[in-house]
Design a protein around this ligand. Structure first.
Ligand SMILES: *Cc1c(COP(=O)(O)O)cnc(C)c1O
Length: 396
């Protein structure tokens, strides 16, 4: 598109970014380019391509036009120069860390982070001689205190999962600049609608596109956005590591993205309404939602986010079994891991994510037996509230 997309609203960008182009048969939508390879007309064209005089397809692991369109759309939604899509959020995160880090270096990660990311850092990266410090979430001072001479990278989520701690991005960037560190944020729970960490000077932002970006619980993908040079380096490493998104998933992602801003408005409204309702209910011991004044990150979240998303975590005044009975009594959400799709999902983290862990270990990281993680979809708010209200009655 000729005009500056960034001057347009989030919904207009969600619909049009990356897509306006004359196509075969004047089709409005981007087709699925179901191809693994791209032909060259002549040896001369191949030489021109190798010497960078022309830009075209070469081989499926190095790019695909449908995937490229989805990357451009997400880049514009998150105020980025460029984006690179991966087969899943974890593929994006692990490939990013493998690309940036080297043996002998040190990185800092926050405790309340996606468990698989923590396992990759504290397990696999350590095997390759990369030192990892784990610090409490949402606490810039704790991060700064962990900086060593060989520290290279700070990785945090914001908001974190499942307690939704938000880090002060300005402070984080200031610390990183002072110590010459790279900053990476997993911004999955905010999505580009609620927060744009690059605007604060964060180097790289990763999203599990499986969640709010795709939004329909029907595909897996991951994305990293940032400055063009860094994204080029990640694209190079994707050619080696191979974790590409297939064109069909990229098409579904593009389709899902067109309603992204609209969906986020409803996710935000549902999350806020559920949090307020739960906080006022006598059977609920504690609610974690950054939009609530009672959340320790509320002030920071309010200052740097546009909305607080659909994810609400809460502890019931109940045992593990009673909590299970509450979940079983809910009629609208599916009992399933994940978040960010149109269907509401609910889970009991002590069972779905931490079942293998000894109860004392779970307690230590704050995962209580009565913790519930409710990922509000885009259903009508009143229906979700009425459903929760009736299910809470099983607690007597
Ligand atoms: C789901 C999720 C991931 C992993 O993404 P996948 O697409 O499932 O591989 C990483 N970080 C956060 C915060 C997530 O919610």
């Amino acid at each position: 598109m000729a005009r500056d997309m960034l001057s347009l609203g989030a919904s207009t960008r969600a619909v049009h970014s990356g897509e306006r182009q004359r196509r075969l048969g004047d089709a409005v939508t981007v087709p699925v380019y179901q191809t693994s390879t791209y032909a060259f007309e002549s040896t001369q064209q191949l030489i021109d391509f190798k010497e960078g005089r022309i830009d075209k397809g070469e081989y499926g692991r190095y790019g695909n036009p449908t995937v490229r369109k989805a990357e451009q759309k997400i880049a514009e939604l998150d105020h980025a120069e460029d984006a690179v899509l991966w087969a899943s959020g974890m593929c994006a995160m692990t490939s990013l860390l493998l690309t940036i880090l080297q043996t002998g270096q040190h990185m800092i990660i926050t405790a309340d982070s996606y468990r698989r990311t923590q396992q990759f850092c504290s397990g696999m990266l350590r095997r390759f001689g990369i030192d990892v410090s784990v610090v409490p979430p949402g606490d810039p001072e704790a991060i700064e205190a962990a900086v060593c001479p060989n520290t290279r990278l700070i990785l945090t989520e914001s908001p974190t999962n499942p307690f939704l701690y938000v880090i002060d991005l300005e402070k984080l960037v200031e610390i990183a600049k002072r110590h010459r560190l790279r900053t990476v944020i997993d911004s999955t729970l905010a999505a580009p609608y609620n927060q744009n960490p690059l605007d604060f000077g964060i180097d790289l932002v990763m999203h599990s596109a499986t969640k709010y970006l795709a939004g329909h619980n029907d595909l897996l993908a991951g994305v990293v956005v940032g400055k063009a040079g860094m994204i080029d380096a990640l694209r190079e490493s994707q050619g080696i590591l191979g974790g590409i998104t297939d064109p069909n998933s990229a098409y579904l992602l593009l389709r899902g993205l067109k309603s992204f801003a609209l969906r986020m408005v409803q996710h935000n409204a549902n999350g806020a309404a559920l949090a307020a309702f739960l906080e006022s209910h006598p059977k609920v011991r504690r609610v974690y939602y950054p939009g609530l004044k009672s959340h320790p990150s509320h002030a920071v979240a309010k200052a740097q986010m546009r909305g607080f998303g659909g994810l609400v975590s809460f502890e019931l005044d109940a045992t593990m079994a009673e909590t299970g009975a509450f979940l079983d009594a809910l009629e609208l959400p599916y009992m399933a891991p994940s978040l960010g799709g149109v269907e509401s999902l609910v889970e009991q983290p002590a069972i779905v994510s931490y079942y293998e862990m000894a109860p004392e270990e779970r307690q230590k990281i704050g995962i209580s037996d009565s913790l519930v993680r409710y990922a509000a979809g885009i259903e009508d708010t009143d229906d979700l509230l009425a459903d929760i209200e009736q299910a809470l009655k099983v607690l007597g």
